[in-house]
Write a protein that binds this ligand. Structure first.
Ligand SMILES: [Ca+2]
Ligand SMILES: [Ca+2]
Ligand SMILES: [Ca+2]
Ligand SMILES: [Ca+2]
Ligand SMILES: [Zn+2]
Ligand SMILES: [Zn+2]
Length: 395
């Protein structure tokens, strides 16, 4: 607890410092802060007094039941991604972070890009929780591509930084429209926006051909890959853990590769699933973060089926960041064969893992059939007039 409090104090101090710096240098500086190659996620504030439980919030995760329904979250699970933060707090912090990174005006080179208009006024209001003086103006977020815009009082963003979509200032009180804000910002899950997650049609001057790809659900797995791996084309987060499935699979495969026993090419053949290390005397640079890795590769071998697949170290670097597409100085722009990798590595089959089915009666998907499922059922029953919902077996 003390550690959390310290982290929180550090977070608020850093925030205050940042704000002071932005005021001192002027608005233009805020843009360059966002120009760095890698965007680290926000620090999630815990146990902050700014956080207020919304009305009708069954799981008390700071998202109202109706909001959860609108954004496709589960109203009876407070921590869907299992990282010990209530989902609403985390999501609010990510929204504040995304707003702080937006450029201040429409971009001439990329007219579809989302931007913000800060409309400061000559006057401020006090935060009713911490007493901080906040400009009484508003910030408008504009998504030209979707034709969406939201206007928020600046005090609302202050509360979002503290993990709350509800806000209370001297002048402005209320709650941000969570579904509209998320849609406008292009946020669906509280996950770090990491620039290693290359768009599926990513190309460079050197590698101009981008593969023609469809990704119906936008989870960074192509339709073809979803079909080949038996995943759902239409669901970006099939196991409902708030991680887009393409990202999740890439990270999981990276971990699995890491854990495989490693052999040198001149060692006698091993049995089972293992990797042979073909490291080379040379480095390769990542096109996103500039980190250098060995320019070599691992050959993954399954002695039972005789299958092998080569995974360049640079591809593994990108998979750790949640991307099957990669861009290195030696291997260029390419994408790993997801179907082949899936076939050779196999997928873990614990309940809740991607591609596994829930137990019958496990309505809230927490891998247990217990009283919580009854609560879920009661909730669904109250919400719907559909009398076809039957109670789960009680054993
Ligand atoms: Ca809730
Ligand atoms: Ca929830
Ligand atoms: Ca997809
Ligand atoms: Ca997922
Ligand atoms: Zn405050
Ligand atoms: Zn990198």
């Amino acid at each position: 607890m003390r550690r959390l409090r310290r982290a929180h104090r550090k977070y608020t101090r850093a925030n205050r410092m940042l704000r002071r710096r932005v005021i001192a240098i002027g608005a233009a500086a805020a843009v360059s802060v966002a120009g760095g190659a890698i965007a680290a996620g926000p620090v999630i504030p815990v146990g902050d007094r700014h956080q207020m439980i919304a009305a009708q919030d069954a799981d008390r995760d700071f998202l109202a039941d109706r909001e959860e329904q609108a954004i496709g979250y589960q109203p009876f699970r407070a921590d869907q991604n299992g990282n010990a933060f209530p989902d609403g707090i985390e999501l609010a912090a990510y929204c504040a972070d995304a707003i702080s990174r937006l450029p201040n005006q429409a971009s001439a080179s990329d007219p579809g890009r989302t931007y913000k208009n800060e409309m400061l006024l000559l006057g401020s209001e006090l935060c009713e929780v911490c007493g901080e003086s906040i400009n009484m103006g508003t910030v408008e977020v504009v998504n030209p591509e979707l034709g969406l815009r939201v206007e928020l009082p600046i005090i609302a963003v202050h509360f979002m930084e503290h993990g709350s979509f509800s806000y209370a200032g001297e002048l402005h009180k209320g709650r941000s429209n969570v579904p509209v804000l998320l849609r406008t910002l292009g946020i669906r899950f509280p996950v770090e926006m990491d620039e290693h997650q290359l768009p599926l049609d990513y190309s460079t001057d050197k590698d101009p051909e981008a593969p023609g790809v469809n990704d119906l659900d936008g989870d960074r797995l192509t339709d073809e890959e979803e079909l080949a791996t038996g995943l759902n084309l239409y669901q970006a987060d099939q196991n409902e853990n708030l991680l887009p499935d393409g990202m999740e699979l890439a990270q999981r495969f990276a971990e699995q590769i890491d854990r495989l026993p490693t052999f040198d090419p001149d060692q006698p053949e091993a049995k089972g699933l293992y990797k042979v290390s073909y490291m080379m005397r040379g480095l390769e640079w990542c096109g996103i973060c500039g980190q250098s890795v060995n320019m070599g590769f691992w050959q993954i071998v399954d002695s039972a089926s005789g299958m092998t697949i080569d995974v360049p170290v640079i591809a593994w670097h990108y998979m750790q960041h949640g991307s099957f597409s990669f861009h290195g100085s030696v291997h260029g722009v390419d994408r790993i064969d997801v179907a082949a990798l899936d076939q050779i590595l196999g997928r873990p089959t614990r309940c809740g893992d991607l591609g596994t089915l829930n137990l019958p009666g496990d309505l809230n998907g927490d891998c247990r059939v217990d009283f919580r499922d009854l609560a879920e059922m009661a909730g669904r029953w109250l919400d719907s007039t559909d009398s076809a919902v039957e109670p789960p077996d009680q054993k």
